[in-house]
Design a protein around this ligand. Sequence first.
Ligand code: ADP
Ligand code: MG
Length: 343
Amino acid sequence: DPQLNHIYTFDAFIEGDCNRVARRAGKTVAEKPGANSFNPLVIYGGVGLGKTHLAQAIGNEVKRLNPNKVVLYVSSEKFINQFMDHSRNNAINDFIHFYQLIDVLIIDDVQFFAKAEKSQDAFFAIFNHLHQSHKQLILTSDKSPKDLDGVQERLLSRFRWGLSADLQIPDYETRIEILEKKMKNDGLEMPKEVVKYIAYNINSNVRELEGALISLLAQSSLNRREIDLDLAKKVLRNFIKSSSKEITIDTIQRMVCEYFDVSYDKLLQKTRKREIVQARQITMYLAKAFTKNSLKTIGEHFGGRDHTTVIHSCQTVKDLMDTDTVFRENVLELQQKVQLAAM
Ligand code: ADP
Ligand code: MG
């Protein structure tokens, strides 16, 4: 299953108070897909808290225990795009039929179904068929189903048939465990006081925690310097917003242009060439992550695009990072360059 990333396993997903219910429900679902009372399983929570990881871990575990099961992981955006392609080609029935053959359907970030009425109709038909056939549905969302504005009530009521479990920000002890697990998986070591320092100071989400770890490792190898508390303090300045140097949207734009060898003008123009579109989306994503500018301001720096374009771009980058290894490496490398510029 190319849609599943094998690094996202249960073993790599540290359990804590923040995610216990969701993680355990996920295990049950993986062991008995379709034959449990958590159907659908809805995993919800803020950005970087492990929704994609956990949802994919379920898919990977199903395949490990039962290789014959057909598991499909898809983001709601991809689902919508596929639906629109089929719709244009008068092939909606093929589309629905394809999805009805799946044993375990994982749809990530269903909040993007908001207002996509036709796609919701198709999903409604697919949901009903799969549920009636005792197939498993796993959904993730950045909000609780009750707060999912723009999603049809008949779908929301079905989301409530199973279990909705949330993911919270991990507490300090769990953050330490997560860091130690990542280090162990990558064969890395660092003094415990550094691990504690990171875990103590980075308390927003797990993705940030990983970002801090990656930057620290990058700085250590770049400067041929052992990881110690001094280096950690220097690197984490960029994560702890108050004391970091200001990075501007313009700086990020120029760095991305240089990295992808794209002209500055092209980046801002309306060209739809794929490389340029991706470079532009990554730039918006980095601008959102590393500057304090509003979505509106970021959009304005790209030839007057509006904030929804910026939201869409950030989400596309996150999705691609989950599924495309080369893309992910490009973004991480750029991320390091931006962090470096902030020091
Ligand atoms: P979301 O989809 O909610 O935005 P992700 O699933 O992409 O978040 O998680 C962000 C990063 O944090 C991923 O690299 C993931 O492996 C990691 N992560 C999240 N929660 C945990 C956890 N409990 N244990 C280990 N790693 C975690
Ligand atoms: Mg995600």
